[in-house]
Design a protein around this ligand. Structure first.
Ligand code: RP5
Length: 181
């Protein structure tokens, strides 16, 4: 559950990478209050057996940690970074400025402005420093996009992604059939 996950993060342990395998995806977020949204990125990576790590890294509150995390992630074997934040959501953009890795940004809906503030902060990057921005609170798509990025050089992941799309299609068709009958 979320509370024990949080305790795990606060203790500095990995949330879900139970093996000693090097994480391929880094999931970071500005605050532990983002975890209920960001958890689904981890769940989808788990579904595809992609090793990953989860960390709280704040652009504003822990700028030094953000700098060291982002600038060294590729040296540790991380291949994609998923970064979620709310409000003045500078984390994904600042991380993208510090790493050559692909960065997927998740705008988290904070208590005011309905997530528009986070969305615009993340999506409106200047030329030269891209962040692949998903919909507000849609960490599921961030996880799936990370899998697709990795699948460019991973046949197994690519065929599992095709299967996932097929399963999704069948599910929708089945629901349509039920409505008709
Ligand atoms: C952002 O401010 C975080 O990403 C979070 O979405 C928001 C609120 O943070 P807390 O005040 O809940 O820690 O930096």
């Amino acid at each position: 559950n979320i509370e024990s996950d949080l305790a795990t993060i606060v203790e500095g342990k990995r949330l879900d990478d139970k093996s000693a395998v090097t994480p391929r995806v880094g999931i970071i977020m500005g605050s532990d209050s983002d975890l209920p949204v960001m958890k689904s990125a981890a769940e989808f990576l788990e579904m595809f057996d992609v090793p990953h790590e989860v960390r709280i890294v704040s652009a504003h509150r822990t700028p030094e940690l953000m700098f060291s995390y982002a600038s060294s992630a590729h040296e540790r074997g991380i291949q994609v970074i998923i970064a979620g934040a709310g409000g003045a959501a500078h984390l994904p953009g600042m991380v993208a400025a510090l790493t050559p890795l692909p960065v997927v940004g998740v705008p988290v809906r904070a208590s005011t402005l309905d997530g528009i503030d986070s969305l615009l902060s993340i999506v409106q990057m200047p030329r030269g420093v891209p962040v692949a921005t998903v919909a507000v609170n849609n960490a599921t798509n961030a996880g799936l996009l990370a899998v697709r990025i990795l699948s460019v050089a991973d046949d197994n992941l690519r065929s599992r992604m095709s299967q996932y799309l097929e399963d999704q299609k069948q599910m929708v068709l089945k629901k349509g059939d039920k409505l008709q009958n």
